[in-house]
Every structure is written in C-alpha cells, then in structure tokens.
Write a protein that binds this ligand. Structure first.
Ligand code: BGC
Length: 426
C-alpha cells in the first residue's frame, strides 16, 4: 500500500551551526576545553561496545569532546547540499551562528554575513527551502560575559541580531525559528549543569525561561509589526510521556513534568508562533519510585520498541500521540527533528519508515503536518550531555579523520520517500 503525503510537503534534514561547521568560537569552546579530559576519564569507567570504540573519535579520547573543525561544513556546505539534493530533499533546516555574525557587541562581521548569504543561495539553487534557526544553544563570548540569558539585556541584543538577519536574508527565507528547544537548553545548562553555563539552580533556570520566552514573543511581534511577512515558529522538544503502570503518584509526577517541560512553553508558543516545530525522539515513562524518569519503557510489549546507541527508547507510535495532543492548538506543524544515534545504520531506515507511518496516520485524521526534517543530515558533535562525536545521527556518515562523506543505506530509503512524496508499506 502507498501512503501519500500532502502536496507540497517539505522533506529534509536538520543541522545546527556549532555541531557541524567547525572553527567556532563561542561559549561552548572554552567549556569543551575545560571538560574534555574529565569526560574522557569518566567514560573509561563505563563499558562500551566495540563498534563504538573502533570509530574515531571514540568516547575514551578527549578529542571526542572538542568540537574543533567538526564536519567542516562551514567550507563543505555546497558538497553537503549537493548530497541532500541527490537524496530528494526539498527543504533544509540549519542555524546561524550568532558568534560569527556578531563576534563583538554591535560589530557585525560582513564576511560571516556574506557566508550565510552564499549558504542560502546554495540551498535555493538546489530547490531546498531553508528553515533557519537563530539560536541553537550557542552564545557569543561577550554575551556569556554579561551573564548570558540570565541578563535581560541579552533579549535586546538578540533582537538586534534578529532584525539584522531578517533584513539581510529576508528575500530568501520565509521560515524562521528563533530558538531551538529552549526547554532542553534550560534543563542541561541550568538544572543538571552538564552543558554551558553549567549552572544548577532552579531560580536561575526560571529566569532564563522568562527571558527566552520574552525574546521569542518580541521576535514574533517584530515580524508582525514591521510586516516582514515571515512564518515564525517554535521548535519544541516533546516526549511521549506516560505514568509508569498508571500508578496515581506517577500520574501526579507526570502532570508536574507536563507543566514544566511542555505546558508553560506551549502557553507562550500558541499565541506567538505561526507554526509549531516539533522535535520528537523518544518516549518517557515517569516512575517516582525509581527516581523520576526511565527512558524507553513505554508499552514495552510493542514489537516496535528498541534502543538506539545512546540507550534511548524508540517508540514510533509516540509521534502520533504527541501530534494528537498538539492538534488542539490549531497550528500548522513541522517535525523539525526526529532521529537516532545508530552508528551501524542497523535500524535508521526502519525508524524513519515507522515514524512516518504514524505521522501519516495523524495527517489522515486531519492534523495539519506540513514537513519532516530528519536529525541529522550529517554525523555531528552531539550537544546533549556533552557526548561529542561518538553518537552517529547522520543520514551521511562523516569520517572525522579525512572529512570524507558516505551516504548511509538508510539515507537512500528516506530518499525514496522524499522523491515519491509517499511511503510504501506492506
Ligand atoms: C537537539 C540537537 C541534538 C539532538 C540529538 C536535539 O535535542 O536540538 O542539537 O543533537 O537533539 O540529541
């Protein structure tokens, strides 16, 4: 049977500047230097599968935790977009690196501005619709020095940056995403303290939440008031969350998590977004007794459940349920990220097909989903929990020694779907 997707559906993959470009200088750079040795030592205490240790860099090597030259996508973008085009993509999501465009307060770097103009031209000339993220977790060092997103001044600086890039690239870009997953950045940067700025304080996390939301609102209003005519969207990470065994205390804990992880963000996004960008990776089972969260235990009996290389549970049906939950907001939805770490490319093809099957079911029930961006186009520097290079999320494999690219078999499976705008199922 053939499952047809709506006419004009966007098919593509996503990346973010710091994870692929190489040669960046921002608040992560220093952090990576300071933490790489410690992270490699900590990794030595764990047991790793041989197929992870066989690749370079592996988790036992400090260079795994230093973004360095990354995939050198800053120079190789034409080549990478050429592959995306060959793979039938008609859209691409990427982020601008604020620290390159405005390396010093108020001093905009013309070379960097020109660079991203060329990036946009390279996309457009290959028929790839750009979805541009303004902030994918990295800050210029001068922003970090004034206290980052804890300082309300950052909102004004970010707005000035947004206005500048709106003016520079407005002719080529229709879809803009001011902030990538603010919730994840807050949790890891300000609650667990495992990524920059390494803070552990609920109070400071709440301040950052308020400032990020204020900036999101202001950018949405800037677009409206100045009649830029763009589509402004959020990109919100969402778990398919269940209360373990439906026990009442787990149910209560789930409600609290629903509020902090989702509801308080969606309350802002529903009034200040033209579309919802949704990032779905995994299910989450809330179990108070065992300390809060167990990943990947939702409905264990389903045959589609498996774990990726990071130990995250895979539950494709979850994407359908989260879409159903979000339908009430009545916004067009784009899946701005969905993917898995799978170095051997054993199950990426199946992962994509199964998620798209459930996504199609949501569409067939009237939910307005307009695009799907796989995470990621390339293997890259994994941000979350500072895992670095060993998790392999790419449709395209990157050899970090030679910078060679090889297209994984699953990328061809996805290409077939993109090219036909449909999915074949048995
Ligand atoms: C982030 C990406 C990250 C991916 C996989 C998302 O939360 O936006 O930067 O690489 O998840 O962990």
């Amino acid at each position: 049977m053939e499952l047809k997707f709506p006419h004009g559906f966007f098919w593509g993959a996503a990346t973010s500047s710091h994870q692929v470009e190489g040669g960046n200088f921002n608040d992560w750079t220093q952090w990576e230097k300071e933490n790489s040795e410690g992270l490699a030592k900590a990794a030595a205490l764990k047991k790793w599968p041989q197929y992870i240790l066989d690749r370079y860099p592996n988790p036992l090597q400090p260079e795994n935790y230093i973004s360095g030259r990354a995939c050198d996508h800053y120079n190789l973008y034409e080549k990478d977009f050429e592959i995306a085009n060959e793979l039938g993509h008609n859209a691409h999501r990427f982020s601008l690196e604020w620290s390159r465009i405005e390396p010093e307060e108020g001093k905009f770097n013309e070379e960097a501005i020109e660079h991203y103009r060329k990036v946009l031209q390279a996309l457009k000339s290959r028929g790839l619709e750009p979805f541009v993220t303004l902030w994918h977790w990295t800050n210029p060092v001068w922003i970090q020095k004034i206290g980052g997103w804890e300082n309300p001044k950052t909102i004004e600086y970010f707005l000035r940056f947004a206005r500048r890039v709106f003016e520079e690239y407005g002719q080529s870009v229709k879809f803009w995403i001011p902030f990538n997953e603010p919730g994840t950045a807050i949790s890891y940067g300000y609650i667990y303290g495992t990524q920059p700025p390494g803070v552990r304080s609920k109070k400071r996390a709440n301040l950052v939440f308020a400032n990020l939301m204020e900036a999101h609102k202001k950018i949405f209003l800037l677009n409206k008031n100045e009649k830029f005519g763009f589509q402004i969207g959020c990109s919100h990470f969402i778990f398919y969350r269940k209360a373990h065994k439906n026990l009442p205390w787990n149910f209560l804990a789930k409600k609290i998590m629903d509020h902090f992880a989702d509801a308080r963000f969606l309350k802002v996004f529903k009034d200040y977004s033209d579309f919802f960008g949704i990032q779905y990776y995994q299910p989450e089972s809330v179990n108070v007794k065992l300390g809060g969260r167990i990943m990947g235990l939702v409905e264990k009996k389903t045959t589609m459940q498996w774990l990726n290389d990071l130990g995250w549970g895979v539950f494709p049906e979850g994407i359908y349920h989260v879409l159903k939950q979000l339908a009430k907001f009545g916004k067009p939805i784009y899946i701005t990220e969905n993917g898995l770490a799978d170095a051997r490319d054993e199950s990426r093809g199946k992962f994509i097909r199964e998620h798209l099957r459930w996504l199609h079911k949501a569409i067939s029930e009237g939910i307005d989903v307009r695009g799907y961006f796989h995470w990621s186009l390339l293997d890259n520097f994994e941000f979350v929990d500072m895992r670095g290079y060993w998790p392999r999320f790419g449709l395209i494999e990157v050899d970090y020694k030679t910078l060679g690219r090889s297209i994984r078999p699953s990328a061809w499976e996805y290409a077939k779907i993109c090219k036909n705008n449909s999915l074949e199922i048995d």
